[in-house]
Design a protein around this ligand. Structure first.
Ligand SMILES: CC(C)(COP(=O)(O)OP(=O)(O)OC[C@H]1O[C@@H](n2cnc3c(N)ncnc32)[C@H](O)[C@@H]1OP(=O)(O)O)[C@@H](O)C(=O)NCCC(=O)NCCS
Length: 202
């Protein structure tokens, strides 16, 4: 009699911690709190994008499409749905004392089978130059590895996005290559510098 096939090991998938628990107990850094984005963040997200269009639209292709307050509400709603479906974990970065919105840091494109996702971020213009993104993104990286079980975390920035490349360098991602004309932003094709960090990296 043929023997039964050996049982396959159960793959270890990503863990997506429940969103509600972080509304009550946000991820904290020295100067910020990270809170899951939902529809209630829509109006402040709109104000932040609207007040920083020139600063953001050079690097982020979605900015021109975020053209009404309603679009920001829909984005907030979609973030909550994506989190609950395990597709993406996106945080509003807020001032620890005043709860003012500084920007967004996200762990996007979650691939459960390979335990990978991609770090993305932006700050409203007035919040730049203070180390806030390095601080918040470091907490998000730590969250990915320690709370979600991520093995490989990707990050990409346009080859001329100096501020973003500096954030990536401070977070000690490793350079993996250049993706030519990876993104069409406005009328400009951006080459991307690709980086990653593994849970096993020293
Ligand atoms: C990318 C982006 C988030 C970087 O913002 P940033 O303010 O340069 O990054 P940080 O918040 O980490 O601040 C770092 C800067 O603050 C300075 N700084 C001041 N006080 C500091 C402190 N207490 N701790 C650390 N850094 C401090 C640092 O010297 C550094 O400036 P430098 O890079 O010129 O040396 C911002 O430029 C942005 O939103 N850009 C548009 C959107 C975008 O490009 N997103 C990424 C797409 S890949």
């Amino acid at each position: 009699m043929p023997s039964a096939p050996a049982a396959q090991p159960t793959p270890q998938l990503l863990t997506i911690p429940a969103r509600g628990s972080f509304r009550r107990n946000p991820v904290e850094t020295a100067r910020t709190v990270l809170l899951p984005i939902d529809v209630n963040d829509g109006p402040e997200l709109w104000d932040a994008v609207e007040g920083s269009r020139w600063h953001l639209e050079r690097w982020l292709p979605w900015v021109p499409f975020n053209s009404t307050r309603d679009a920001s509400l829909r984005y907030g709603d979609a973030c909550a749905i994506d989190w609950d479906a395990g597709r993406a974990v996106r945080f509003a970065i807020r001032d620890k004392k005043t709860r003012e919105l500084f920007g967004v840091v996200g762990l996007d494109s979650c691939v459960h089978l390979h335990r990978s996702c991609e770090l993305g971020y932006w700050l409203r213009r007035e919040a730049t130059g203070r180390g806030l993104m390095t601080e918040a993104a470091r907490a998000a990286v730590d969250f990915a590895f320690s709370r979600m079980g991520v093995h490989r975390l990707r990050c990409a920035a346009a080859t001329d996005n100096v501020a973003s490349l500096r954030v990536i360098a401070r977070l000690e991602f490793r350079f993996e290559g250049i993706a030519r004309q990876a993104e069409l932003v406005g009328s400009r094709w951006l080459d991307h510098a690709l980086f990653a960090k593994l849970s096993t990296d020293e």
